[in-house]
Design a protein around this ligand. Structure first.
Ligand SMILES: [Zn+2]
Length: 222
């Protein structure tokens, strides 16, 4: 049990450095969490601690109501939203939140990123949808994420006027979705400066997504 929590602490701490490496965060904004397998617990970043000072030891362990179980700092102010997702989507093992620039530019307009790249069809299988405007402080952000992503192929949602939340089978998958979300938001934005991107037929999106999610990669890696 403690060995599992220690493993998740170090995984979540390390994954925060990926947010920095891919330029998805500034200052202390952004956070990664992971569900502790087999327990009603999650591990998340402490609130307001600089990325350079994040370590496995200062990660916060919370229950799925967002209450601190282990940790000296307050948890991320987005903990309630993460906890809501874990309570309502049992298949989710990781959640990421960023204010990455291009994705936020779409969120500020409340516009979904259309699925106009094969890489998007692979990873997202659809447009990247927009979730409702919601204020921090109660369940409304968590509810907006779950209501938008439940039954949607996309592991990413653009919360209107706010930023990106992504989900995954584990925290690494959620970080990958956050990196890819920013990348396609940037490319589709650039494409739109020059004209209207060409749509991909739904049948082709379906086929690309099926292949990528089920066939692509090393056979034993999935
Ligand atoms: Zn935020």
């Amino acid at each position: 049990m403690n060995a599992t929590i220690d493993r998740i602490r170090s995984q979540v701490s390390d994954l925060h450095q990926e947010l920095v490496r891919y330029n998805l965060v500034v200052w202390t904004a952004g956070n990664v969490s992971a569900r502790v397998p087999g327990e009603d617990l999650l591990v998340i970043k402490p609130s307001g601690v600089p990325y350079d000072e994040l370590t496995p030891a200062n990660m916060i362990v919370c229950d799925l109501d967002g209450k601190v179980v282990e940790g000296e700092h307050a948890p991320s102010s987005d903990t309630a939203a993460h906890a809501y997702v874990y309570r309502h989507l049992p298949e989710v093992g990781g959640v990421v939140h960023t204010h990455s620039t291009y994705a936020c530019a779409w969120a500020a307009r409340g516009e979904a990123v259309p699925c106009v790249l094969t890489a998007m069809a692979d990873e997202f299988g659809a447009e990247i949808p927009v979730g409702p405007f919601a204020l921090i402080g109660d369940d409304s952000i968590g509810r907006g994420i779950v209501d938008t992503l439940r039954g949607h192929r996309s592991p990413a949602v653009l919360m209107q006027n706010h930023g990106v939340f992504t989900i995954g089978k584990d925290a690494e998958a959620a970080v990958k979705a956050a990196v890819m979300c920013e990348d396609v938001a940037r490319t589709v934005h650039l494409s739109r400066q020059l004209g209207e991107p060409l749509p991909i037929a739904q049948a082709d999106i379906d086929s690309l997504n099926h292949r990528y999610q089920n066939v692509y990669g090393q056979p034993q890696a999935r």
